[in-house]
Design a protein around this ligand. Sequence first.
Ligand code: LAC
Length: 344
Amino acid sequence: MRQLPEHQPAAAASCYASRVDLINLLELEAQARAKLSPMAYDYYASGAHDELTLRDNMGAFARVLLHYRVLVDVSARDLSTTVLGHRVSMPVLVAPTAFHKLACADGELATVRAAGAAGTVMTLSSLSNTPLEEVTAAATGPVFFQLYVYKDRKATEAVVARAEAAGCGARVLTVDAPYLGRRERDVRNRFVLPAGLEVANMIPAGYGAITRPTADSGLAAYVSELLDPSLSWKDLAWLRSITRLPVVVKGVVRPDDARRAVDHGAHAVVVSNHGGRQLDTSPATLDALGSRRSRSALVPSSSGAPSSGGWPSPGRWGRAASWRCCAKSSIWRWPWPAVRASPT
Ligand code: LAC
């Protein structure tokens, strides 16, 4: 039987590496590849199946050209904007990603400190290795909470209530993962959380452990066993009934689904293909964000549709912001009613 790469324990060292001259996320990724265990790196870096969408998420940026204007006095530049009533220094949020303690011992605490220092929002994953209360206690900026709906709705309602009590600013419902995408690297590695790491938020419900299955990815087995694939549009009403926070729908690539999301009560939509990790050959995020059908629906409004996927450098952010987005942000605006600053 193929010898599996043993997972080295999560890096005991702090996340705060000595100063390194990294100028974009691609260079940071190269550092991660050198420092992380193969299983941890593969988990973070992988896409579904042939990873075509994973690559196209970045390739799409090369298809966007900036036809810049000149002589318009840019001496006073301000990238700040607001997202669901929270002021941010720039139109870039930290998207929800799982298992930060695979990277270093500080895990999600390091991420939330960095997001606060950058003046932006951290979206904390349901599948965090650090309990949400510890993350919000360490936060110096807004924290949104990404939600996976478990078959056990009582357990889901409990974590929703905890996130609200801990001061999270919005609920980000992931809708593109009824089952986990087939990440072949995780299958080869038979991905599992190493000893000492769990799905911290779900330990009280008894769903903290991700164990190594006989084959396949331990995370795929966890998702298939515990998350609710029956989720449908009617469940947005259920979610809004159990939280006072704004509800954001994340994982949409179609204009009609984005419109359905708002028609069913979403306060905002995140255009995302889950970083190419779910359905290979789905459209690149930037193409979904800027497709002709979608852009034809673009009119200025005060609602928002951030996007997620393929943004490793400031140059790419600028291209996204050029998609007729609001002057100061890459929040994409749709012809929707104004987002209520505080949900009813
Ligand atoms: C992933 C899930 C956890 O992409 O969002 O791995």
